[in-house]
Design a protein around this ligand. Sequence first.
Ligand SMILES: [Fe+2]
Length: 324
Amino acid sequence: MSNLNRRSFATLAGLAGISALLGRENAQAAPIAQQATTPSTQSRALRFAHFTDLHITPDRQSEPGMKVAFDTAQAEGIEMILTGGDLIMDAFAAKRAQVDREWALLHKIFAAHCKVPVEHCLGNHDIFGYCLSKAELNGDEVDFGYARPLAELKLPARWRSFDRNGWHFIVLSSVERDPNDECGYLAYLTDEQRGWLEADLAATKLPTVVVSHVPIVSVTGAVRDGSNVKAGKTELSGGLIHLDAGPVHGIFRKAGNVKLVLSGHTHLVDRCVADGVTYCCSGAVCGGWWKPTTTYCDPTYALIDLFVDGSFEYRIKPTGWTNA
Ligand SMILES: [Fe+2]
């Protein structure tokens, strides 16, 4: 993402600070006024890390940076890592040889440094070759598109759910091809995925965490600088924020048990609560794509505690790595 100025970043950093002050949230079902303020006295069910936007590449310092991130998070006693997509630098518009190098390094890094179970979510940069002209693909290759990351990560499907320690987890996959732009993409749930989501939520009463690479609801777009203001309207790209935020939020609200919705994509930290559902952008493990930045976040991850009463605590933490 581009065009974020220092003031915008300061706003976002401030939001993160305010969120930290709020402490543990109890996003039980209505009444909303009681949500996010009632401290839990229950015990912890699970501590995990949300690692989003890793952008692993042998061309920058991602190998030592990832080692530090794993060491930092694992020293906190995490029991799981939930990734948020953009696992490698880019497969969307890159040639096969480069994509091979990046996946190879990802596997090497995870094998060497990750000591806890991992559940992966896919991002736009993990999709192989949707930008046909730059990737130099035809689109009929056996590993084209989502086939490559699913095979690399041994995932059974683009979207899925699972239970862990009394909580339900839903992993979404909402990046679709833009019919009007070969090298673009749009974020939304297809009818098939949206139907699956409704059925999946209807089948559980457990408190639920959702992860989506692209934010569904986010304040990030609203605090960007003036370049997205046109003719008196603030325009939010369908590649930046879900196009179907309204209906998807409606599904979460109707379900009543969706507590926390995690995302990445923006390489910024933000947090907002809508109707008792907390939406958080967890920054980026790579910060500004493994380069120094004054526009994007520093290398960050989210440390999340889930409690047996359905409450949670969400904290943004530095990975300990500094891009230079
Ligand atoms: Fe990213």
